[in-house]
Design a binder for this molecule. Sequence first.
Ligand code: NAD
Length: 496
Amino acid sequence: MTIQADQETIIVEAFINGQNVKSLSQEAKENPTNPTEIVGYFPVTTKEQAVEAIEAAAGAFKTWKQTPIDERIMMMRKAIEKIRTAENEIVHLLSREHGKPLYDAHGEIYVSLMWMEFACNEAKSALQEEIKEHENGKTILSYDPIGVVAAISPWNYPIALSTIKIAPALLAGNTIVLKPSPYAPLAAAKVAEIIASEFPAGVINVVHGDADVGVELTSNPLVTKIAFTGGTATAKHIIKAASETIKDMTLELGGNDAAIFLESFDVHDERAMRRIVISNFLTAGQICMIAKRVYVHRSIYDEFVEKYIEAANRWIRIGDPFDSNTTVGPVNNLKQKNYVLGLVEDAQKRGAKVIPLGQILDQKLFEQGYYLQPTLVLGCDVHDPIVVEEQFGPTVPILPFDDEEQVIHLHNESIYGLTSSVWGKEEDAISVARQLEAGTTMINTAAVQGLDVRFPFGGVKQSGIGREYGVEGIRTYTEKHVINVPKTLDLPYIPE
Ligand code: NAD
């Protein structure tokens, strides 16, 4: 499969039962760098087409679940190779439709492939049935596929957050209907089609649209598992939609991840300073696990802020995603830009000081696209919206704290608990980390720099249910089926 790169207009269609399916209407995807340029068109999938896709997946499941695991792995490995071959074109398309710089788009493919490889390497042992002989007979524990998976992904990492679902779901013997986000539908759809070209018809289906199609996917009785990544508010609708038919679900949701700098942190460590800046502004801050609030021990606060600004001004270069000097591109869409801007303006009205960071490489482009200059926000109250809400954009508040008990409280009072990070002497940092309510806590690094696909990833509280990545990220697409063969068939306490 070839993907036209550069300035060509990309057209994607729904992909159902191994076929591209025409739609009556299409939506345009604009380029966030230059919103008057249309990158491509994606279809408005109708409810009837969504049902068709679900039925195709249900039909394919009957035979796919019987396919030997070695064959499934072999197909996935071929798909991985095809993605690798098409990497440059995919990366170009992703940058154009999303706005993330080329290096960042390559990073997304890098993480996607690393995970797909891991899933292929681990699938056989993760899904191997376990047979236990014990004093009461024999028990077989098998990892059976669940059925039809509705995979719904967000716009910030559209490929990684689609492949994180597709690879384990298929390896475990399920079939899938994927719905990418209308804010970044093109590259994800292309990658899904590349994968689909290695699998039997109906095993992967792709539909497009927003909530209307999402509601069908999350309420249709033939769908038995939902794998959703997106906002917490959307997840609440999904839980309601799925409640009629009690579906299995993995929910990877929003976060308000804190980075905590202890007294023992060395503010002169330039590499660490660079790491925290990247943890705040990679992908223009539009990552679920970006550090969204920074707490610094008061004894090092002033010097920390000074060194932070220096490090940020060195690393942040705002420009054209295709310019290799650019580290921060535009925000993906106008709605998100306005939301982040609103939070910063609100903080300013409440008396906070807003410090612009980095260098704008091309002022004309900056004014034309959905750009926001990254900002540091100082002097906020701990409960200001910019501190307690997920900004999901290029701004970060830095606040002082006085003791560990206080900062642990501030961390844990959030409704979220996705990731967090603690910076300082390792043993002090681990001791604080153990007291934090989060799915992952990183020491002396944060965000994707501390991500390890070999271990489970997910949130606590309103940041989600279940885990992706790791062996658990494969088994989450299975039903644990126990077959018991007891030696003693008559229970002693039941009367004759
Ligand atoms: P979103 O919730 O608006 O949309 C996510 C997906 O859900 C999209 O495909 C959208 O079309 C679909 N959708 C919308 N309404 C729906 C409905 N009623 N039923 C079913 N599907 C529906 O999220 P977004 O703006 O695309 O992404 C940003 C959010 O995602 C942030 O909160 C971010 O933290 C979160 N996120 C979480 C993780 C994680 O791993 N925890 C990773 C990335 C992003």
